[in-house]
Design a protein around this ligand. Structure first.
Ligand code: AMP
Length: 278
């Protein structure tokens, strides 16, 4: 496994056949490794990027305290068969400070996470486009865990004719249902238990959909579960369009995404599931 820190070193790394990229912010867990394994199964060469992107964090968010563990990350990546790790410094990616030209996520970036975190999706897409250029990957793997991120990336690739195939990987969960997240490391014992309310809410919504309920009953089923957890401050519970993240009308049928976000103490968590509304 080759570990490189600069764009020049990355460009000089040997290339063999189809190249897949998995972009991460490090503090890796089984969710990230599922992406690497999926990439490994299809591509001759797997590049993993590790970069905590300051552009996608708001001024009051956790950029500085975001968990970082490069040595631990490298050991895990080596074990699952990564070819190249690109772990640049912030100054390598943004040598002149914040870039003057950035990507705008458009309407998909305004709702849900985008409403709570203004500018988040613009900052995310800007670094994703840079990393796609720097890695020159044929395939890019993203987790369904960040469903709106996936929607925004797909919209950018479509609207800007980015020559890459986007591949989605299902959410990896802990045994108790909680979606794996680097931010779970922030949770104290009680909050880690309370975090189950998010996945339980999503599961309740999925059951309602499977039982043939409509959009509003699905949303209400999820909301009731989250509301029953006193430690969770709910940001949103929404049934949205799988491509635009827009809230769906009550009479919608067809594919949808049930998305939830809540705060436990100072930690914000998200979860979601794809649904078929009948
Ligand atoms: P992050 O390091 O949080 O920016 O995540 C990097 C990539 O891993 C993103 O595409 C995430 O959607 C994906 N990812 C993170 N957690 C999970 C999970 N529990 N299951 C599947 N994919 C995940």
């Amino acid at each position: 496994m080759k570990v490189v820190r600069t764009g020049g070193e990355l460009a000089a790394a040997p290339r063999a056949g189809t190249r897949a990229v998995v972009m991460t912010m490090g503090a890796l867990h089984e969710g990230h490794l599922a992406l690497v394994r999926a990439a490994r199964a299809r591509a001759e060469q797997v590049v993993v990027t590790i970069f905590v992107n300051p552009l996608q964090f708001g001024p009051a968010e956790d950029f500085l305290r975001y968990p970082r563990d490069l040595d631990g990350d490298l050991a895990q990546l080596e074990a699952v068969g990564t070819d190249v790790v690109f772990a640049p410094e912030v100054t390598e990616i943004y040598p002149d400070g914040a870039p003057t030209v950035t990507v705008s996520a458009g309407p998909v970036g305004d709702v849900l996470e985008g409403a709570v975190r203004p500018g988040h999706f613009d900052g995310m897409l800007t670094v994703v486009l840079k990393l796609l250029h720097l890695t020159a990957a044929d395939l890019a793997y993203f987790g369904q865990k960040d469903a709106q991120q996936l929607m925004a990336v797909r919209a950018m690739v479509r609207d800007l004719d980015v020559p890459v195939e986007v591949v989605a990987v299902p959410i990896v969960r802990d045994a108790d249902g909680v979606a794996l997240s680097s931010r779970n490391a922030y949770l104290s014992g009680d909050d880690r238990v309370a975090a189950r309310a998010l996945s339980a809410a999503v599961a309740a919504g999925a059951r309602a959909a499977a039982a043939g309920e409509g959009v509003e009953a699905i949303r209400a089923a999820a909301e009731a579960v989250l509301a029953a957890e006193p430690r969770a401050a709910v940001d949103y519970v929404a049934v949205v369009h799988p491509e635009t993240a827009r809230t769906l009308p009550a009479d919608h049928t067809g594919p949808a995404v049930l998305a939830v976000a809540a705060r436990l103490g100072t930690t914000r968590l998200i979860d979601n599931t794809p649904l078929e509304v009948r």
